[in-house]
Design a protein around this ligand. Structure first.
Ligand code: AMP
Length: 312
């Protein structure tokens, strides 16, 4: 087994750093060596930032053991997407994992995950996978759910932590776990932002200085929309749109106010939980962000949606 515990040990603390498993055999051995049955898993594509660190931190607070997977899943990238230029920063990632007290890092190559190459059998996201992100990224959510389900099985985790940042992904994972009876817990973690509001993302490293200034308009639009939540759907949409219209360098793919479970536009009479979501191209980079909120009297922004029947 590859054990890099010495090199990645958290220097200031007297505990071993994470074990790194790259093959199925190494994972089986390292996972089997974790005592107890309470294992939280944080799945990532690497290039870790404070958003990932927060997921790990939340997992660490609640579970006996934490496993992080670092896997750039080719199945969820389209032919014209950024798989080849996606940042790869494994050594820095391990520093974060060591600091956050991760027990085990699973870092396989595609041939380890997909033994026979392209898998013939895949998970289908269904209609929820065809809207919003799915419209611009056909097949993305099938590829995402396929790897998530494989990693759930391979890691044998009992709870799995995902960011609200990827709201549609989170919804689809919850649906998969419920609809296909995976019997595991899914935990959502609020979006972690830069001090000016920009949602942290591994893709932010693609942004030039001027892109970076444009990019903040996404979170500003969401905040403006959420501030109008008491007035109802059209006020929210109008306030968010006004911010984006003033920033023509953000090429908006969609700006929607939808029901959090169906991803369908909410009608004007609707009051209750809703998701304000945006996707835009800034320079060469496609960015997404969203804001959960409650519409109606006493309404306003939420960090994450409260637990719902979907979670059990
Ligand atoms: P990724 O490496 O981009 O696939 O993300 C791995 C996990 O981290 C997913 O559950 C994401 O939703 C979550 N994540 C990414 N960025 C953030 C952020 N800014 N705040 C909270 N969670 C995040």
């Amino acid at each position: 087994m590859t054990d890099t515990s010495t090199s990645y040990a958290a220097a200031s603390e007297n505990r071993p750093g994470p074990v790194v498993a790259r093959t199925r055999e190494e994972l089986r051995a390292a996972r089997g060596a974790l005592p107890g049955s309470d294992v939280a898993v944080v799945m990532t594509m690497g290039a870790l930032h404070d958003g990932h660190a927060t997921l790990i931190h939340e997992a660490r607070k609640r579970a006996q053991h934490v496993v992080v997977t670092i896997f750039l899943n080719p199945l969820q990238f389209g032919p014209k997407e950024d798989l080849s230029r996606y940042p790869r920063t494994f050594d820095d990632d391990m520093v974060i994992c060591a600091r956050e007290g991760v027990d085990l890092v699973f870092h396989p190559t595609p041939d380890v995950v997909y033994l026979d190459g392209d898998p013939g059998v895949r998970i289908s996201a269904g209609p929820l996978g065809d809207v919003l992100e799915g419209q611009s990224r056909p097949g993305h959510f099938d590829g995402m759910l396929t790897v998530v389900s494989k990693l759930m099985h391979l890691t044998r985790g009992t709870s799995f932590y995902y960011g609200q940042k990827d709201a549609q992904q989170l919804l689809l994972i919850r649906r998969m776990v419920r609809d296909l009876d995976f019997g595991v817990e899914v935990v959502s973690v609020p979006t972690v932002r830069e001090s000016d509001g920009l949602a942290m993302s591994s893709r932010n490293t693609y942004l030039t200085e001027s892109d970076r200034e444009t990019a903040v308009s996404l979170s500003r639009a969401l905040a403006a929309g959420a501030a109008a939540a008491t007035e109802g759907p059209s006020a929210v949409r109008r306030a968010a749109r006004a911010v984006l219209v003033a920033e023509p360098l953000a090429l908006v793919d969609y700006l929607v106010l939808v029901h959090p479970d169906t991803l369908q536009d909410v009608p004007e009479w609707y009051r209750g939980e809703a998701l304000l979501a945006v996707a835009a191209r800034v320079g060469t980079t496609r960015l997404i962000d969203n804001q959960p909120l409650v519409l109606g009297p006493g309404g306003g922004p939420l960090d994450v949606f409260p637990p719902r029947p979907l979670d059990s």
